[in-house]
Design a protein around this ligand. Sequence first.
Ligand code: SF4
Ligand code: SF4
Length: 126
Amino acid sequence: MSDLIKKEGFDYAFDSSACSTCQGRCCTGESGYIYVTKEEIEKISQLLNLDIKEFVAKYLFKTDHEYSIKEKMHNDSYECMFYDRASNGCTIYDVRPLQCRTFPFWSYFKTRVDELKLECPGIIND
Ligand code: SF4
Ligand code: SF4
C-alpha cells in the first residue's frame, strides 16, 4: 500500500513512511513556535490528567497573542517537550495541535519546497 499523501494546491507529495527513520526532524532542530488553541489546550490537559492551569504552567509559554509548547534541549538541538526520542514519536499524538497535524502541507511551504525538503525527507516533487 502506498504511503504517498497529496493535497490539492500543493506541488509536492509526502511519503509518510519516511517518518519511521527521520528521527522527528519536524519536532526537533531549530527553535520554533508550536501553537496551541484553547480547545487543544483542553484536550491535551485531559490526556495528561492535569488541570489547565497546571498544564499551561508546565508545558506552555505565551507569545504575543497565543500559547506555544515549550522546548527542551538535546545536545545543540531544540525539541518539543512532547517529542520522545526513545520511541521516535509524539507522546500526545492523538491530540497533537493542528499545526502538527497539517505538516508538511503548510501554505508557507507552497513556494518554499526546497526549504521544506531540507527539513523533511518525506517530500517528493510531483
Ligand atoms: S520531518 Fe517529515 S519525515 Fe520526518 S517525522 Fe516530520 S513529517 Fe515525518
Ligand atoms: S506536539 Fe507532537 S507532533 Fe507536535 S511538535 Fe510536539 S512532538 Fe511533534
